[in-house]
Design a binder for this molecule. Structure first.
Ligand code: GDP
Length: 301
């Protein structure tokens, strides 16, 4: 992810560095190129505007032009603006990583479109919580529309070496969720991961089903899984889920691919929800915490 954006921004900054002394036109020209690079990376327009305005105001305010290393100063200002867009600014309370600070069993609800990587991510989180955090994890699939999805989660649970709720045909999502919480309470599980059904596109029935499950289970975390490769669509999906269901965090998958990265940079501003985790591969251990400062450094290479 971010390869094209990164190489374009580096090109802009290399040219700026070679100039040595800068005048206001040089900075304005560089900013114009930054703007184009962000737009080409699929960053949402309001986010691009806010970011470039911020950089321009700060570059002027800090008298960058008269400083000893003006190019370096501009890069630092762009870096800080990227960190802020990614949700890592000072005073940004967006919680990073999973929040399990609640009485056991802690319910985590996984939501998202079909194919976004929801079930794989459920398995990844389960593995991490078991192996790294020593939690007792129960996985349950609420996808009654696709029996294959329930089997897939069962297999993933096996690979992650955690328990999956036995499948009982004919139960509704709400019944499965209630049974999962019941088993978890009785058998002293720490965390219950509820993998809801996805659809190929947002529809009312999906939203109503997910909202009903959420109301019944009162999850401590409602994690929306989105595919970074889908760019602006991922942001639109996130906005819809945020409006209709309410999410506490976003997991962005397929960041190991050549996604342009605009979705990652737009998510915070458009949805208000923090990106908490990144999926970086098909393997169950390919799960990363989201660090805005590290991502910004990766972009600026
Ligand atoms: P769901 O329909 O949302 O539950 O999606 P799945 O979990 O079944 O994932 C769909 C496909 O995407 C599977 O082939 C996964 O192996 C793959 N996948 C999931 N997460 C990632 C990721 O982070 N990177 C890559 N490259 N593939 C992923």
């Amino acid at each position: 992810m971010f390869e094209a954006l990164s190489s374009k921004l580096n090109g802009v900054f290399d040219r700026l560095r070679r100039r040595g002394a800068l005048n206001e036109t040089d900075v304005a020209e560089a900013l114009r190129e930054v703007r184009v690079a962000l737009l080409e990376a699929d960053v949402a327009l309001p986010v691009v505007k806010e970011l470039t305005n911020k950089v321009r105001d700060r570059a002027i305010g800090q008298e960058v032009i008269r400083s000893v290393s003006p190019a370096q100063q501009v890069i630092k200002i762009v870096n800080d603006a990227l960190v802020e867009a990614l949700g890592g600014g000072e005073g940004d309370t967006g919680q990073r990583g999973l929040d399990l600070n609640a009485p056991s069993p802690v319910p985590i609800l996984m939501v998202g479109l079909q194919g976004s990587g929801k079930t794989t991510t459920s398995g990844k989180i389960a593995l991490r919580l078991r192996a790294r955090d020593r939690k007792k994890v129960l996985l349950a699939s609420l996808d009654v529309h696709r029996p294959a999805a329930q089997l897939q989660l069962e297999q993933l649970a096996g690979r992650a070496e955690v328990t999956s709720l036995p499948i009982i045909a004919g139960q509704s999502p709400l019944e499965i969720a209630a049974r999962a919480m019941d088993v978890a309470r009785r058998e002293l599980y720490d965390v219950v991961i509820l993998d809801t059904a996805g659809r190929l596109a947002i529809d009312e029935a999906l939203m109503a089903e997910v909202a009903a499950v959420k109301a019944a289970t009162k999850p401590h975390e409602t994690l929306l899984v989105v595919d970074a490769m889908t760019g602006q669509d991922a942001v639109n999906t996130a906005r819809a889920f945020q409006d209709k269901v309410g999410v506490t965090g976003i997991v962005m998958t397929r960041v190991d691919g050549d996604a342009r990265g605009g979705a990652a940079l737009s998510m915070r501003a458009v949805t208000g929800a923090p990106i908490k985790l990144l999926g970086a591969g098909e393997k169950l251990d390919a799960l990363e915490d989201f660090h805005p400062d590290r991502i910004a450094s990766r972009i600026l290479g």
